[in-house]
Design a binder for this molecule. Structure first.
Ligand code: AMP
Length: 290
């Protein structure tokens, strides 16, 4: 596996593969790999001949009071894990390579990025879209794989690719969870053992909501209230949002009439965690992850 840090060498490697007729997949990440990231790499491996994983803790998607400085990093460990998963190239540029002096161009998706995490983290999706657009231009992948764990990000990136006519297919991987249900996240490393227990309330509240829907509940407000009460009962939690709405438009709904997104953002101590599921009011439908 190659580890590249310069845009020019990354572009050359991708150009060479394209000239050989290889199909290229890109998995954008911020590193500190867990099984969620590695499952995206497996999906990329199946979808293409060459897999590029980008590892870039993107300063542009962190707010001034967020965890950019303490975000976990371990390039050596990540490189070993990616190589073991059959990744061909790890692209790990320094910040100056992506945002050199004089940088002043940004990519912004409007409506889809306005609510949920976009409301709590102003500028976050502008940073995400900008870096993802740049990565698409450097690597020019045929496919790119994103996790449904960051559901809004997935939909915002899909919108950006469609709106900017970027010739890349976006694939979604379902949320990968710990055995007890907690969604895997690099930020889980911040949690103390007590916080780790409280963090499980996110997943158990999704299960609670799915059960309510199975039992016939269709009122979004009642589902939101039950989910919020469940999360509040776990020590040290503070809800950022509990959202029930349309998975495509990310607009809230009052009643569930089809597959509906339930998305959460919750502070557990000083750590902000997100999770989501698709609620299926139709009794025959299986749980959908994307
Ligand atoms: P990150 O390094 O956190 O920016 O994540 C990189 C990619 O991995 C994004 O597309 C995330 O949605 C995806 N991802 C992170 N955690 C998970 C998870 N638990 N399940 C599925 N995808 C994930």
């Amino acid at each position: 596996m190659d580890i590249l840090t310069e845009k020019s060498s990354m572009r050359r490697a991708a150009d060479r593969w394209r000239a050989e007729g290889r199909r290229i997949a890109l998995v954008p990440t911020m590193g500190y790999f867990h099984e969620g990231h590695l499952s995206l790499m497996d999906m990329a491996r199946k979808a293409a001949d060459r897999v590029v994983v980008s590892l870039f803790v993107n300063p542009a998607q962190f707010g001034p009071s967020e965890d950019l400085a303490r975000y976990p990093r371990d390039l050596e460990r990540d490189a070993a894990l990616a190589e073991a998963r059959g990744v061909d190239c790890l692209f790990a540029p320094p910040a100056e390579e992506m945002y050199p002096a004089g940088y002043q161009t940004w990519v912004e998706v409007t409506d889809l990025a306005a609510g949920l995490c976009g409301a709590s983290r102003p500028g976050h999706f502008r940073g995400v879209c900008t870096v993802v657009a740049k990565l698409f231009n450097i690597v020019r992948p045929d496919v790119a794989v994103f996790g449904a764990k960051d559901f809004q990000q997935l939909q915002v990136v899909r919108r950006m690719a469609a709106d900017l006519d970027l010739p890349v297919e976006i694939l979604a991987h379902p949320v990968v969870r710990e055995p007890d249900g907690l969604a895997m996240s690099s930020r889980n490393t911040y949690l103390s053992p007590e916080e780790r227990r409280s963090a499980l309330s996110l997943f158990s509240s999704l299960e609670l909501a799915a059960r309510l829907v199975r039992e016939g509940e269709r009122e979004a407000g009642r589902i939101e209230a039950a989910v919020a009460a469940h999360i509040r009962s776990a020590p040290g939690t503070r809800i950022d949002y509990v959202f029930v709405g349309d998975p495509e438009t990310l607009r809230p709904v009052k009643r569930l009439a089809g597959p509906t997104l339930l998305a959460l953002a919750v502070w557990v101590g000083k750590t902000r965690l997100i999770d989501n599921t698709i609620l299926e009011p139709c009794p025959t439908g299986p749980m959908r992850a994307d």
